[in-house]
Design a protein around this ligand. Structure first.
Ligand code: CP
Ligand code: NVA
Length: 305
Protein backbone atom coordinates (compact mmCIF):
# COMPACT_ATOMS: atom_id res chain seq x y z
CA UNK A 1 0.00 0.00 0.00
CA UNK A 2 1.34 3.43 -0.99
CA UNK A 3 1.39 5.80 1.97
CA UNK A 4 -0.50 8.94 0.91
CA UNK A 5 -0.80 11.84 3.36
CA UNK A 6 -4.16 13.29 2.35
CA UNK A 7 -5.96 14.08 5.59
CA UNK A 8 -5.39 13.59 9.28
CA UNK A 9 -8.62 11.63 9.75
CA UNK A 10 -7.22 8.97 7.37
CA UNK A 11 -4.27 8.26 9.69
CA UNK A 12 -4.36 5.92 12.63
CA UNK A 13 -3.81 7.62 15.99
CA UNK A 14 -0.54 5.65 16.22
CA UNK A 15 0.76 6.88 12.86
CA UNK A 16 -0.19 10.48 13.69
CA UNK A 17 1.64 10.24 17.04
CA UNK A 18 4.64 8.63 15.33
CA UNK A 19 4.81 11.45 12.76
CA UNK A 20 4.74 14.09 15.50
CA UNK A 21 7.36 12.24 17.53
CA UNK A 22 9.62 11.97 14.47
CA UNK A 23 9.21 15.71 13.85
CA UNK A 24 10.17 16.53 17.45
CA UNK A 25 13.21 14.21 17.27
CA UNK A 26 14.41 15.47 13.88
CA UNK A 27 14.19 19.09 14.98
CA UNK A 28 16.11 18.40 18.22
CA UNK A 29 18.81 16.38 16.49
CA UNK A 30 19.87 19.22 14.16
CA UNK A 31 19.88 22.20 16.53
CA UNK A 32 22.58 24.67 15.52
CA UNK A 33 23.21 23.00 12.16
CA UNK A 34 23.24 25.00 8.92
CA UNK A 35 19.86 24.67 7.20
CA UNK A 36 21.27 22.87 4.18
CA UNK A 37 22.94 20.00 6.07
CA UNK A 38 21.37 16.57 5.51
CA UNK A 39 20.00 14.62 8.52
CA UNK A 40 22.23 11.75 9.63
CA UNK A 41 19.78 9.03 8.50
CA UNK A 42 18.93 10.78 5.19
CA UNK A 43 15.61 8.89 4.73
CA UNK A 44 14.96 10.49 1.33
CA UNK A 45 18.44 9.89 -0.09
CA UNK A 46 18.20 9.64 -3.92
CA UNK A 47 14.47 10.49 -3.84
CA UNK A 48 12.82 13.26 -5.87
CA UNK A 49 9.72 15.15 -4.70
CA UNK A 50 7.48 16.92 -7.23
CA UNK A 51 5.79 20.03 -5.83
CA UNK A 52 2.72 21.22 -7.75
CA UNK A 53 0.99 24.50 -6.92
CA UNK A 54 -2.42 25.67 -8.13
CA UNK A 55 -2.44 28.46 -5.54
CA UNK A 56 0.06 30.93 -4.09
CA UNK A 57 2.40 29.84 -1.32
CA UNK A 58 5.39 31.08 0.67
CA UNK A 59 5.68 28.78 3.71
CA UNK A 60 4.61 25.56 2.04
CA UNK A 61 6.83 26.10 -0.99
CA UNK A 62 9.99 26.94 0.92
CA UNK A 63 9.46 24.49 3.76
CA UNK A 64 8.82 21.47 1.54
CA UNK A 65 11.84 22.30 -0.61
CA UNK A 66 14.02 22.75 2.49
CA UNK A 67 12.50 19.59 4.03
CA UNK A 68 13.28 17.25 1.15
CA UNK A 69 16.86 18.62 0.98
CA UNK A 70 17.38 18.04 4.71
CA UNK A 71 16.14 14.47 4.22
CA UNK A 72 18.75 13.95 1.51
CA UNK A 73 16.47 14.24 -1.53
CA UNK A 74 15.67 16.91 -4.10
CA UNK A 75 12.61 18.73 -5.45
CA UNK A 76 11.09 19.71 -8.79
CA UNK A 77 8.69 22.63 -8.35
CA UNK A 78 5.97 23.67 -10.80
CA UNK A 79 2.96 25.94 -10.89
CA UNK A 80 0.00 24.00 -12.25
CA UNK A 81 -0.78 26.90 -14.61
CA UNK A 82 2.57 26.28 -16.34
CA UNK A 83 1.91 22.56 -16.69
CA UNK A 84 -0.44 20.92 -19.19
CA UNK A 85 -2.77 20.55 -16.18
CA UNK A 86 -3.41 24.25 -16.69
CA UNK A 87 -4.60 23.52 -20.26
CA UNK A 88 -6.93 20.73 -19.18
CA UNK A 89 -4.77 17.59 -19.21
CA UNK A 90 -6.61 15.14 -16.95
CA UNK A 91 -5.44 14.90 -13.34
CA UNK A 92 -5.22 11.10 -13.70
CA UNK A 93 -2.91 11.29 -16.74
CA UNK A 94 -0.70 13.78 -14.91
CA UNK A 95 -0.56 11.47 -11.89
CA UNK A 96 0.46 8.48 -14.00
CA UNK A 97 3.21 10.44 -15.71
CA UNK A 98 4.64 11.98 -12.54
CA UNK A 99 4.56 8.54 -10.88
CA UNK A 100 7.09 7.39 -13.51
CA UNK A 101 9.38 10.40 -12.93
CA UNK A 102 9.45 11.18 -9.21
CA UNK A 103 9.23 9.34 -5.88
CA UNK A 104 6.51 11.47 -4.23
CA UNK A 105 4.20 14.33 -5.17
CA UNK A 106 3.08 17.27 -3.04
CA UNK A 107 0.01 19.12 -4.34
CA UNK A 108 -1.67 22.39 -3.40
CA UNK A 109 -5.01 22.36 -5.21
CA UNK A 110 -8.14 24.45 -5.49
CA UNK A 111 -10.47 21.47 -5.41
CA UNK A 112 -9.89 18.80 -2.78
CA UNK A 113 -11.36 16.16 -5.07
CA UNK A 114 -8.49 16.71 -7.54
CA UNK A 115 -5.97 15.60 -4.90
CA UNK A 116 -8.10 12.53 -4.17
CA UNK A 117 -8.27 11.73 -7.91
CA UNK A 118 -4.51 12.17 -8.22
CA UNK A 119 -3.86 9.83 -5.28
CA UNK A 120 -6.26 7.16 -6.56
CA UNK A 121 -4.03 6.47 -9.58
CA UNK A 122 -0.62 7.58 -8.30
CA UNK A 123 1.83 4.77 -7.61
CA UNK A 124 3.96 7.10 -5.45
CA UNK A 125 2.95 8.87 -2.20
CA UNK A 126 0.81 12.00 -2.56
CA UNK A 127 0.83 14.77 0.08
CA UNK A 128 -2.01 17.28 0.47
CA UNK A 129 -0.36 20.69 0.78
CA UNK A 130 -3.69 22.55 1.17
CA UNK A 131 -6.99 22.33 -0.62
CA UNK A 132 -10.27 24.21 -0.24
CA UNK A 133 -11.20 21.47 2.25
CA UNK A 134 -8.17 20.87 4.48
CA UNK A 135 -4.57 21.73 5.36
CA UNK A 136 -3.18 18.76 7.30
CA UNK A 137 0.52 19.73 7.06
CA UNK A 138 -0.27 23.03 8.77
CA UNK A 139 -1.95 21.30 11.69
CA UNK A 140 1.04 19.06 12.28
CA UNK A 141 3.24 22.15 12.58
CA UNK A 142 0.72 23.73 14.94
CA UNK A 143 0.58 20.65 17.17
CA UNK A 144 4.37 20.44 17.18
CA UNK A 145 4.54 24.08 18.30
CA UNK A 146 1.98 23.59 21.07
CA UNK A 147 3.81 20.53 22.39
CA UNK A 148 7.20 22.27 22.32
CA UNK A 149 5.90 25.12 24.45
CA UNK A 150 3.21 23.48 26.58
CA UNK A 151 3.83 19.71 26.57
CA UNK A 152 1.58 16.93 25.21
CA UNK A 153 -1.54 18.20 23.44
CA UNK A 154 -3.65 15.41 24.91
CA UNK A 155 -6.14 16.92 27.35
CA UNK A 156 -5.54 20.50 26.21
CA UNK A 157 -8.26 22.89 25.03
CA UNK A 158 -7.73 24.70 21.74
CA UNK A 159 -10.03 27.54 20.66
CA UNK A 160 -10.50 28.25 16.96
CA UNK A 161 -11.94 31.72 16.31
CA UNK A 162 -13.13 32.89 12.88
CA UNK A 163 -13.82 31.09 9.64
CA UNK A 164 -14.77 27.39 9.69
CA UNK A 165 -12.29 26.84 6.86
CA UNK A 166 -9.74 24.30 5.57
CA UNK A 167 -7.32 24.80 8.50
CA UNK A 168 -10.19 24.54 11.00
CA UNK A 169 -11.28 21.25 9.36
CA UNK A 170 -7.83 19.72 9.83
CA UNK A 171 -7.84 20.75 13.51
CA UNK A 172 -11.21 19.00 13.86
CA UNK A 173 -9.79 15.86 12.25
CA UNK A 174 -6.89 15.82 14.73
CA UNK A 175 -8.88 16.38 17.95
CA UNK A 176 -10.19 12.82 18.50
CA UNK A 177 -6.94 11.24 17.26
CA UNK A 178 -4.83 13.06 19.86
CA UNK A 179 -7.42 13.57 22.60
CA UNK A 180 -7.70 17.35 22.78
CA UNK A 181 -10.82 19.54 22.95
CA UNK A 182 -11.48 21.99 20.14
CA UNK A 183 -13.88 24.90 20.71
CA UNK A 184 -14.84 26.49 17.39
CA UNK A 185 -16.39 29.98 17.32
CA UNK A 186 -17.65 31.18 13.95
CA UNK A 187 -20.61 33.08 12.53
CA UNK A 188 -23.49 30.74 11.64
CA UNK A 189 -23.12 31.38 7.90
CA UNK A 190 -19.41 30.45 7.91
CA UNK A 191 -19.54 27.30 10.02
CA UNK A 192 -17.27 24.32 9.19
CA UNK A 193 -18.38 21.65 6.75
CA UNK A 194 -20.68 19.33 8.70
CA UNK A 195 -18.91 16.23 7.35
CA UNK A 196 -15.66 17.46 8.88
CA UNK A 197 -17.39 18.54 12.07
CA UNK A 198 -18.72 14.99 12.42
CA UNK A 199 -15.17 13.63 12.21
CA UNK A 200 -14.30 15.61 15.34
CA UNK A 201 -17.08 13.83 17.28
CA UNK A 202 -17.55 14.93 20.88
CA UNK A 203 -14.06 16.47 20.93
CA UNK A 204 -15.37 19.49 18.98
CA UNK A 205 -17.76 22.13 20.35
CA UNK A 206 -19.31 24.68 18.02
CA UNK A 207 -20.52 28.13 19.11
CA UNK A 208 -21.01 31.57 17.59
CA UNK A 209 -19.56 33.28 20.69
CA UNK A 210 -15.76 33.85 20.59
CA UNK A 211 -15.60 34.47 24.36
CA UNK A 212 -17.32 31.20 25.12
CA UNK A 213 -14.88 29.33 22.87
CA UNK A 214 -11.78 31.00 24.30
CA UNK A 215 -12.69 30.88 28.02
CA UNK A 216 -9.94 28.95 29.82
CA UNK A 217 -8.38 27.68 26.56
CA UNK A 218 -4.68 26.75 26.41
CA UNK A 219 -4.31 27.83 22.79
CA UNK A 220 -6.14 30.40 20.65
CA UNK A 221 -5.94 30.00 16.88
CA UNK A 222 -7.28 32.02 14.00
CA UNK A 223 -6.77 32.38 10.26
CA UNK A 224 -7.66 34.81 7.50
CA UNK A 225 -11.35 35.59 7.04
CA UNK A 226 -10.90 35.40 3.26
CA UNK A 227 -9.13 32.28 2.05
CA UNK A 228 -7.63 31.79 -1.41
CA UNK A 229 -10.53 31.27 -3.79
CA UNK A 230 -13.17 32.99 -1.61
CA UNK A 231 -15.07 35.60 -3.60
CA UNK A 232 -17.32 37.32 -1.04
CA UNK A 233 -14.69 39.63 0.51
CA UNK A 234 -17.01 42.43 1.72
CA UNK A 235 -19.64 40.04 3.11
CA UNK A 236 -16.96 38.18 5.00
CA UNK A 237 -15.40 41.24 6.57
CA UNK A 238 -18.84 42.26 7.82
CA UNK A 239 -19.74 38.79 9.12
CA UNK A 240 -16.46 38.35 11.02
CA UNK A 241 -16.27 41.81 12.56
CA UNK A 242 -16.78 40.49 16.12
CA UNK A 243 -14.29 37.64 15.66
CA UNK A 244 -10.96 39.47 15.74
CA UNK A 245 -8.44 38.13 18.25
CA UNK A 246 -7.22 41.01 20.42
CA UNK A 247 -5.75 41.27 23.91
CA UNK A 248 -9.19 41.46 25.51
CA UNK A 249 -10.15 38.13 23.93
CA UNK A 250 -6.78 36.54 24.79
CA UNK A 251 -7.34 37.61 28.41
CA UNK A 252 -10.37 35.28 28.52
CA UNK A 253 -8.09 32.32 27.81
CA UNK A 254 -5.86 30.54 30.34
CA UNK A 255 -3.19 32.73 31.92
CA UNK A 256 -0.40 31.04 29.97
CA UNK A 257 -2.40 30.71 26.74
CA UNK A 258 -0.52 30.94 23.45
CA UNK A 259 -1.61 32.31 20.07
CA UNK A 260 -1.20 30.59 16.70
CA UNK A 261 -1.90 31.68 13.10
CA UNK A 262 -0.86 29.70 10.03
CA UNK A 263 -0.04 32.97 8.16
CA UNK A 264 -0.32 35.01 6.01
CA UNK A 265 -2.00 37.28 8.60
CA UNK A 266 -4.11 40.39 8.16
CA UNK A 267 -3.34 42.63 11.11
CA UNK A 268 -6.36 44.65 12.16
CA UNK A 269 -8.74 42.01 10.77
CA UNK A 270 -8.58 38.51 12.30
CA UNK A 271 -5.77 39.48 14.72
CA UNK A 272 -4.50 42.69 16.31
CA UNK A 273 -0.86 43.78 15.98
CA UNK A 274 -0.52 43.54 19.76
CA UNK A 275 -1.46 39.85 19.81
CA UNK A 276 0.42 38.58 16.77
CA UNK A 277 3.56 40.55 17.61
CA UNK A 278 3.17 40.14 21.38
CA UNK A 279 4.59 37.73 23.98
CA UNK A 280 1.79 35.16 23.67
CA UNK A 281 2.31 34.68 19.94
CA UNK A 282 4.18 31.61 18.66
CA UNK A 283 3.64 32.28 14.97
CA UNK A 284 7.32 32.33 13.95
CA UNK A 285 8.05 29.00 15.66
CA UNK A 286 4.87 27.72 14.02
CA UNK A 287 6.09 28.80 10.57
CA UNK A 288 9.53 27.22 11.12
CA UNK A 289 7.89 24.03 12.31
CA UNK A 290 6.38 23.52 8.86
CA UNK A 291 9.83 22.23 7.83
CA UNK A 292 10.14 19.80 10.73
CA UNK A 293 6.56 18.54 10.43
CA UNK A 294 6.82 17.98 6.69
CA UNK A 295 10.10 16.15 7.02
CA UNK A 296 8.31 13.69 9.30
CA UNK A 297 5.43 13.38 6.82
CA UNK A 298 7.83 12.66 3.96
CA UNK A 299 9.86 10.21 6.07
CA UNK A 300 6.59 8.42 6.94
CA UNK A 301 5.57 8.35 3.26
CA UNK A 302 8.96 6.80 2.45
CA UNK A 303 8.38 4.24 5.23
CA UNK A 304 11.38 5.36 7.28
CA UNK A 305 9.35 4.46 10.39
N1 CP B 1 0.49 28.62 6.07
C1 CP B 1 0.71 28.38 4.76
O1 CP B 1 0.35 27.32 4.23
O2 CP B 1 1.36 29.38 4.11
P1 CP B 1 1.62 29.52 2.55
O3 CP B 1 0.27 29.76 1.91
O4 CP B 1 2.53 30.68 2.42
O5 CP B 1 2.22 28.24 2.04
N1 NVA C 1 -7.23 29.37 4.91
C1 NVA C 1 -6.11 29.93 4.17
C2 NVA C 1 -4.84 29.28 4.56
C3 NVA C 1 -3.62 29.81 3.88
C4 NVA C 1 -2.38 29.11 4.30
C5 NVA C 1 -6.36 29.76 2.68
O1 NVA C 1 -6.83 28.69 2.27
O2 NVA C 1 -6.12 30.71 1.93
Amino acid sequence: MVRHFLDIHRLSAEDLRAILDDAHARKKSRQGWPKGRVDADAPARDRVLAMVFEKNSTRTRFSFDAAIRQLGGSAIIANAADMQLGRGEPVEDTAKVLSRMVDAVMIRANDHEDVERFARVSSVPVVNALTDRSHPCQILADLLTIEEHRGPVKGKTIAWVGDGNNVCHSFMHAAPKLGFTLNVACPAEYHPDLRDLAKGGDHVHLTSDPREAVRGADVVVTDTWVSMGDQDYEDRLAAFEAYGVDDALMDEAAEDAVFLHCLPAHRGEEVSDAVIDGPRSLVWDEAENRIHAQKAVLAWCFEAF
